[in-house]
Design a protein around this ligand. Sequence first.
Ligand code: GUN
Ligand code: ZN
Length: 436
Amino acid sequence: MKTAVRGDVLSFRGNPFREAERDCLAFQRDALVVMENGRIAACGPAVELLPTLPADLAVAHYPDHLILPGFIDCHVHYPQTEMMAAYGEQLLDWLHHYTFVTEQGFADEAHARDVARVFLDEQLRNGVTTACVFGTVHAASVDALFEAAAGHNLRILAGKVCMDRHAPPALLDTPLTAYEQSRALIQRWHGKGRAEYVITPRFAPTSSHGQLEMLGALAAEFPDVAIQSHISENLDEIAWVKQLFPGCRDYASVYQRYGLLRPRAVYGHGIHLSDEELQAFHDSGASLAHCPTSNFFLGSGCLNLRRCVEGERAIPVGLGTDLGAGTSFSMLQTMNAAYMAAQSHGKPLSAAQAFYLATRGGAEALGIADKVGSIAVGMEADLAVLNLRSTPLLDFRMRYARDLSEALFVQMMLGDDRAVAATYVAGSPVYRRATA
Ligand code: GUN
Ligand code: ZN
């Protein structure tokens, strides 16, 4: 099937943390993106490409909009959709009082299917076309998500949470069942359509030495499979890890010891990582998911993003909503929080840097930048179309935006789900915002 969209197109060909913005930004006014068989077949000036299209091909025209690569959420827990905005706790109490209660509900497969559907619909309303997702300890929770994602033909990464201690008995697996169920899920889903499996130890405190060893063995068996977990989010968590793993120098060394730091290993948070730990990330090729709304919500702290992405030991970083500790499905609102976090470290995040993190940067962090995250010929055709005047306030404010940088910055500060006019997945429109 062939489809086409017309409008201003923005994508990244480089990393604006490392190169001048003008060299990284690919901005085309009044361009046409032609999509065929799930991929981008052509992208260029509308006046040049329109005459080459079949006369009966309907072109969706988006004047006053911006066509972007679909957003990429590098760290999110779909089962926590129903417990977003849970009051009053920091990480470890929040996990026990809210998260571990909610996640027990996913023993019920029908419930998992319901939540998976709501979660993906909400992502599409927000222009998110790829995410790296935690299920619960129940293997069927991951089946439910992959099945729902296949219904939209989404490129999705997901895994069964593995934990065999320090959680309610109903949520515990064992070293062996974690290995066996994860392995069976890899065989069932990895590479099926656009699905990718992710090996998912929740975090070091909820996995025994034996379980981390088994997951390290699984990772070694499948060297191309991604890994996701959490690291260095909260000071009490870090102290606990020290106690639980006295033989390890620091938190990163725990994962390193079990072979879980490597390319395509994506760790949420990393707020309090030391220079040595960042160096270990750099040396191993592991990446971080910056989850600023969650970090503010749980009072975990503020990641110093520039310390991670600039300089000699830079590491790949993407953006994560980290629902349900995160407070919004919107990547625009997540960029807003990333800006606030950067300000608290004394240097702002530019709009180009923020949009890079939410698109190509996220794809780099997940190791899928050859497939998604950019608008270019041959890439998978996942797009988010932003209406730059989505609210009365934005309609007014945009009259005073003098250039692209200002327009982008205004969107990330004032925009939300209402700014997403349409979402395309593999060339097909899967969401269109109703107009009033
Ligand atoms: N650390 C371990 N599990 C979780 C979780 O579900 N959410 C967050 N924010 N941190 C975690
Ligand atoms: Zn998380």
